[in-house]
Every structure is written in structure tokens, then in C-alpha cells.
Design a protein around this ligand. Structure first.
Ligand SMILES: [Zn+2]
Length: 322
């Protein structure tokens, strides 16, 4: 079963999380098999995005969906992973051209240097007209060098937007999508006043640096094949780690789609009446498949008439005439 493990380093301003998506990840991939599935490098990228999404959703206190969205100019046009506050997640990618075996981030989404990664925070109680919060991180480093790992891109984001020193290790194959996050906790309150100022400055905390360095020694193979207990013991056996109750099942990460007929109708409205009427004339109906879960929604001419009738133009409810 998919799991999220949270832990603290006793007495140190450092916390960590380890996520292993197993059934949720297999479920997500299986739904895509009908349309051919994903090439291996795309599967790895999407799995890393899903794992990272869970870790970021759990480390940023926010009541809404966290969406990682990579818009690419390579063979992958779009890759999206969305994680709700209750850890329900979904993810999808749009592949428009052949993907070379072993392709990494640059070859997948940044061949022309125009790829970008957006982190979108969409409040659950968002009012009509209100835009979600969006932070954009480039897919290149300080020297304009293209980044090859999603983890580096997201570490930049956490540092720049959340002021959080973060180390991420991510990996995915066709059975597991997993990630380890180590983060320096913002030091607050009275305890901080007496501390040497530099201690709390980004990149200068020795405890964080030591633990982050240990985390970075975790190999892809270990992350994908070892259970959480073994990973944490191997990496941090010299540290004092306090574990919390793991989250799994109904409170853990799991696949769930939020698509509905109403949402699809809204999307069709956005395309415009003319385009949809053309489709109906040609095929008799408009069929829309959800990119995330594969659900099919069919709209015939009558349905479309209803979709495009504004409420005020609908026949009034019968009224008694005096
Ligand atoms: Zn769906």
C-alpha cells in the first residue's frame, strides 16, 4: 500500500518525509495503458512528479490542491501531477513525439530552452474569478545550464519561494514512485533569539547540511526497492530520528480523479459553440476522455444544446397566470 512517513531529527531544526507510491502509482499507470501507456523516461518523470507532489503538499501548509505542471518544448508537451490536502492524487502527461531511451529532463521537456515548471496552489475555497497562486521555476541553473533532474528544479523552488533549504531524492519505475525530502525547519520564537544569527541562514546550518548530505547518498535502486524502515536506518543510523505514525490507506497517498460531467461541460463551453457543433455534425456526438483517469464522457446534440444554453434563456418555470 502507498505510504507517507514523516520524521524529525531529535533536537535539530531538520525534518524529513519519505513517500512510497505503490498501488496508487500502478493504478495511475494502468489507466493509461488503454491508450498505449508512457515511454519509460516519461513514466519516470511523471512518477517523480507524483512523489514530489505528495512531499511538497505535506510540507507546505496550504488548504488546497498542489499542482506541479511542466510545460515542455520537447517530446513531452505537458506533464501534470496534482495532490489534494488529503493526499488524493492524479497525474498525466501529453507526449507529442518520439522519446529517446534514457532521455532526461532536458531531452524530455526543454530541448529549445523554453520548458518551465509551475507550482500552482489552488485554494479549496477559491472564489469565482480568483486566480490560483502560481510560482514558476526555470529548468536551468544559475549559469543557464539545463537541469537534468526534477529534484534540482524543485529544490530551487523551495528555496526561492518558501525560503526552505530542501534536499530531494526522487525515483520511479513501473511499480514504485518514491521520494525522500529533508528540510531545514524555519526556526521561530524565543529559542531563535539567542542563537548565532548565521546558524539560521540558508545553506549555513551544519545539522541540515550533514543530514542532507546523508540523504543524497541514497541510490535510486535503494529508494525504489527498500522499505521505509530500512532506508531510514541505513541513512541515519547515527542520528536520533523520531518517527510519526505512517499515513496509508484512506489517510495516505492514493489515486483519485476529480473529473465530472459538469467539469467536462465547462471545458466544452470554453471551446465555443461553433467548434462543438462542427464536431457533432461530423460524428454525431462529442466524446471526451479524461486525461487523468480515462473516464469517457459523451455529449449528443441535445446535451450540447443544454450545455450552451445560458440559464436566463432557459424556459421559465411554469407560473400560474392570474
Ligand atoms: Zn478523471
Amino acid at each position: 500500500m502507498s505510504e507517507l512517513h514523516k520524521f524529525l531529527f531529535e533536537g535539530l531544526p531538520v525534518r524529513g518525509m519519505l513517500v512510497r507510491l505503490t498501488d496508487a502509482w500502478v493504478d495511475l499507470l494502468r489507466r493509461r495503458e488503454a491508450s498505449g501507456g508512457y515511454p519509460v523516461p516519461v513514466r519516470e518523470l511523471l512518477g517523480e512528479m507524483a512523489a514530489a507532489g505528495v512531499l511538497m503538499q505535506s510540507s507546505i501548509k496550504f488548504n488546497g490542491a498542489l499542482v506541479l505542471q511542466i510545460s515542455g518544448d520537447g517530446p513531452v508537451r505537458l506533464a501534470v501531477a496534482e495532490v489534494q490536502p488529503d493526499l488524493a492524487l492524479r497525474a498525466t502527461a501529453t507526449v507529442v513525439a518520439e522519446v529517446a531511451a534514457g532521455a532526461r529532463l532536458e531531452a524530455l521537456v526543454n530541448t529549445g530552452g523554453q520548458g518551465r515548471c509551475a507550482i500552482i496552489l489552488d485554494p479549496l475555497d477559491r472564489q469565482p474569478g480568483q486566480q490560483p497562486y502560481q510560482g514558476v521555476v526555470p529548468l536551468h541553473g544559475d549559469q543557464r545550464e539545463p537541469l537534468q533532474r526534477l529534484s534540482e528544479v524543485l529544490e530551487h523552488y523551495m528555496l526561492q519561494s518558501e525560503q526552505l533549504d530542501t534536499r530531494l531524492v526522487l525515483a520511479a519505475d513501473d511499480r514504485v514512485a518514491a521520494g525522500l525530502l529533508i528540510q531545514r525547519m524555519p526556526v521561530e520564537g524565543v529559542g531563535n533569539l539567542g542563537a548565532a544569527r548565521n546558524e539560521d541562514e540558508i545553506g549555513l546550518n551544519e545539522d541540515f547540511n550533514r543530514i542532507a548530505h546523508l540523504a543524497a547518498t541514497l541510490t535510486r535502486e535503494e529508494l525504489l526497492t527498500l522499505d521505509a524502515d530500512t532506508v531510514l536506518r541505513r541513512l541515519f543510523w547515527e542520528e536520533s530520528v523520531r518517527r510519526f505514525e505512517p499515513q496509508s490507506g484512506d489517510t495516505g497517498p492514493r489515486f483519485a480523479c476529480r473529473c465530472s460531467r459538469e467539469r467536462v461541460a465547462g471545458m466544452l463551453q470554453g471551446l465555443g459553440r461553433e467548434e462543438i457543433d462542427g464536431l457533432i455534425a461530423e460524428r454525431g456526438s462529442a466524446e471526451v476522455a479524461c486525461e487523468f483517469c480515462g473516464a469517457q464522457y459523451r455529449f449528443d446534440a441535445v446535451d450540447i444544446g443544454e450545455v450552451f444554453t445560458p440559464p436566463r434563456d432557459q424556459p421559465p418555470a411554469p407560473m400560474s397566470v392570474q
